[in-house]
Unconditional design. Structure first.
Length: 498
């Protein structure tokens, strides 16, 4: 029985890889983090979906903020420093599972093209009773389309705008990839006043993934340049002016999101866990600047006083810079772990690309404009935030499936991380604790979760047994219990795999 279970899991992983292969050239379907994990283990076989981050996170419990419950999904993990797609030095790419040749052949473009699309009538007969489950509450909507043709296979209220919860991150990430490209990196810099080399400013570029290692490297490079100039004592300021608008999300102080600042380290988590809800600093920018001053001191450069918030001089020379992982990796991280801080940061990067203010309103306008340019139906949409924590958000199931189909379009490989980053049922991210046991969706369903109190959603992709890629979105409002609602949504997604 153990051998059979292991074989089924391996087959599921390979089939999940085949789903990706259908959508275009994206490294045989293994997302960056999965391949890195697989390469790190001295064995053959498919991707190691169980080692992403640390232990498999469960779905978690919603954290209630003042007046509004927050999402129940984990936060972020530290991004890889290398380029997406690069194997570890001195190692080869992981070999496919033994069943890969047959499965991948069945999932090839030719097989998918010849296979008949699922019958909408038959699909409706299978999905209708599942969508009617009492666990899905007062309102439930659905959209299922054939990704290769765009044909609508199932629709129930598909154009009804609903609260999307964290599935709104699909809109956030697709817009960011479209506006900025997958190779975009977010900088954090240190500059010196051209008229006074002893006046330094640490300038935040909006990278919430800045960590202690990169901050130490930034201090080391800064100190080296200063020593070369004979400077051993400085005045340090820090500039967070890239962001405008309120620092706090509307839900207020909450373990699911830090104050929104263009300068922070580890999303304001301090020494807390890298993923999931955690107490956040009330002053992440100040904490980062003070840590940077201490690191400068360790490198032999002292600061005259405690760092103070200040605008960088208009005439300044860059002394050092560190950059985030590429946007492709940040998008995967955002979706896999439902990272609220990173989602808001990516939306502000989109706002800047559109010459909009880097605040909630500017990010919403820029994201909507970018998506309309891609042909995404935005009727009834409201993007009050980028993370899905705001109950004022609205998206339709039709918009969500259009986003997924656009990311699967072979003509748009830059959008592919919006699919490769989706959690895998039973294995990674916010789906690690779902599709357990004998569920046919384990390893086959890739989907973004959405959870607020009374709101549950699931939007993603599956492959039919004949290799056709289907994308889906199921949204429910007024759900009486989160666990039962999640199981009902999982049943809907799993039904598509048959």
């Amino acid at each position: 029985m153990l051998r059979l279970t292991a074989t089924s899991a391996a087959l599921g992983l390979v089939l999940s890889a085949g789903v990706v292969a259908l959508a275009g050239p994206w490294d045989s379907g293994q997302r960056t983090a999965e391949r890195v994990a697989a390469v790190a283990h001295p064995r053959t076989g498919g991707a190691d979906h169980g080692t992403e981050g640390s232990a498999r996170p469960g779905p978690g419990r919603p954290g209630d903020g003042p007046g509004d419950p927050a999402t129940a999904e984990p936060g972020s993990a530290r991004p890889d420093s290398g380029r997406p797609g690069d194997a570890a030095p001195g190692r080869t790419r992981p070999e496919p599972a033994p069943s890969a040749p047959g499965v991948l052949a069945a999932l090839g473009a030719g097989a998918a093209a010849k296979a008949a699309a699922p019958s909408p009538a038959a699909l409706g007969k299978r999905l209708d009773p599942l969508l009617a489950a009492p666990a899905l509450g007062a309102r439930r909507t659905a959209s299922v389309i054939d990704a290769s043709t765009g044909r609508v296979l199932y629709a129930k209220g598909a154009t009804t705008a609903m609260t999307p919860a964290s599935t709104i991150k699909l809109a956030t990430t697709v817009a960011a990839l479209s506006a900025l490209g997958p190779d975009h990196r977010i900088p954090t810099t240190v500059v010196a006043d051209e008229r006074d080399a002893r006046r330094l400013t640490l300038v935040g570029g909006g990278d919430p993934t800045l960590d202690e290692t990169r901050l130490r490297g930034l201090a080391r490079d800064t100190a080296r340049t200063l020593r070369e100039r004979g400077v051993r004592k400085v005045r340090l300021g820090y500039d967070t002016s890239l962001y405008t608008g309120p620092e706090r999300h509307r839900i207020g102080v909450n373990d699911n999101i830090a104050p929104l600042s263009a300068l922070m380290t580890r999303e304001g988590r301090g020494k807390g866990p890298a993923t999931g809800p955690a107490p956040r600093s009330a002053d992440p920018a100040g904490d980062t600047a003070r840590a940077f001053a201490a690191l400068l001191k360790a490198e032999g450069v002292r600061t005259e006083a405690a760092p103070a918030e200040a605008r960088a001089p208009k005439k300044a020379a860059q002394l050092a810079r560190t950059r985030s992982a590429p946007l492709s990796a940040l998008v995967e991280q955002t979706l896999t772990h439902s990272d609220n801080d990173l989602a808001e940061a990516l939306a502000r990067q989109t706002a800047l690309a559109h010459d909009q203010p880097a605040d909630f309103a500017g990010a919403g306008r820029a994201t909507a404009a970018e998506l309309r340019g891609l042909g995404i139906p935005m009727a009834g949409a409201r993007l009050a935030d980028a993370s899905g924590l705001d109950r004022a958000d609205r998206l339709t199931p039709a918009a969500l499936t259009a986003l997924l189909a656009k990311a699967a379009d072979p003509a748009r490989p830059a959008l592919r991380p919006a699919l490769t980053g989706l959690p895998v049922g039973g294995f990674t991210g916010t789906l690690a604790g779902r599709f357990a046991g004998s569920s046919p969706g384990a390893g086959l369903v890739r989907a973004k979760t959405g959870t607020l109190t009374g709101v549950n959603a699931l939007a993603g992709a599956v492959a039919t047994p004949d290799g056709r890629l289907l994308v889906f979105a199921f949204l429910a409002d007024g759900t009486p219990a989160p666990d039962a609602a999640q199981r009902a949504l999982d049943d809907l997604a799993a039904a598509l795999t048959r």
